[in-house]
Design a protein around this ligand. Sequence first.
Ligand SMILES: Nc1ncnc2c1ncn2[C@@H]1O[C@H](COP(=O)(O)OP(=O)(O)OP(=O)(O)O)[C@@H](O)[C@H]1O
Ligand SMILES: [Mg+2]
Length: 262
Amino acid sequence: MSNATPSSATMSGPLLRVADIHTYYGDSYVLQGVSLTLQKGQIAAILGRNGMGKTTLIRSVAGLTPPRAGEITYRDMSLRGKPPYVIAQAGISIVPQGRRIFRSLSVRENLLLPTSVLARSSQARNGGEPGQRWDFDEVLKEFPQLAERVNHSGGSLSGGEQQMLAIGRALMANPKLILMDEPSEGLSPRLVLRVQEIMRRLRARGHAILLVEQNLELALSVADEVYVLSAGQFVFQGTPADLANATQVLDQHLGVSGARMV
Ligand SMILES: Nc1ncnc2c1ncn2[C@@H]1O[C@H](COP(=O)(O)OP(=O)(O)OP(=O)(O)O)[C@@H](O)[C@H]1O
Ligand SMILES: [Mg+2]
């Protein structure tokens, strides 16, 4: 598969292009030729059962488990060989599965940590559009529950608050692209709606989101494009409406009967 030439002065192609990547853990061959494109300000949802390779795809993009073959380009820049901190500085933030906040650090410290790590990055300073930048105050304005608990330890927060903290922490780096790995996992239906609202607000502010979800309803309600991953390969790509009608994919790869979709 051909790729855009890296490092052109103006961005011409999609924000993110994943082209035929193959990712391993040692001898374990997980992603077996995965390709996708994501435009600026769009949400792509990756669906699939447990162990199909969803987190591995996120880790591949973030540089945590780089693919052994294939190409990932972000804003026309090849991510090949780039360490995770360089990828983060370029404008890609991760909201990891299971939140991974620092339980013994306060909400304030959790939020300020990425800023100090990325302090020298021009992208971190300039990554957002004018008037659209995130900083500590802006994040607290977006998540009032966190504002009430800035001095509480991360570990003392509820699951929903921890998720807001993980999202707020990602925003502090002013990403163009946010990688979200199962943000609704373990949350009540009310909080799943809150996550849905947050994703829509982020898209409206120009952020693109690569969303991994097992909550089909959530994914279909926010995504512009949907992919279904099965045993390290995409078995479906289309719009949420296309997937809602793809009864065989729903049944075979997501364990949902068509009747339940109506
Ligand atoms: N660090 C690792 N070392 C070896 N194998 C791993 C590692 N992490 C994941 N795997 C394996 O890779 C495969 C894909 O895992 P991955 O975490 O990407 O799946 P997933 O789709 O995110 O699953 P889940 O829905 O449970 O989060 C699984 O078979 C898993 O056991
Ligand atoms: Mg996972």
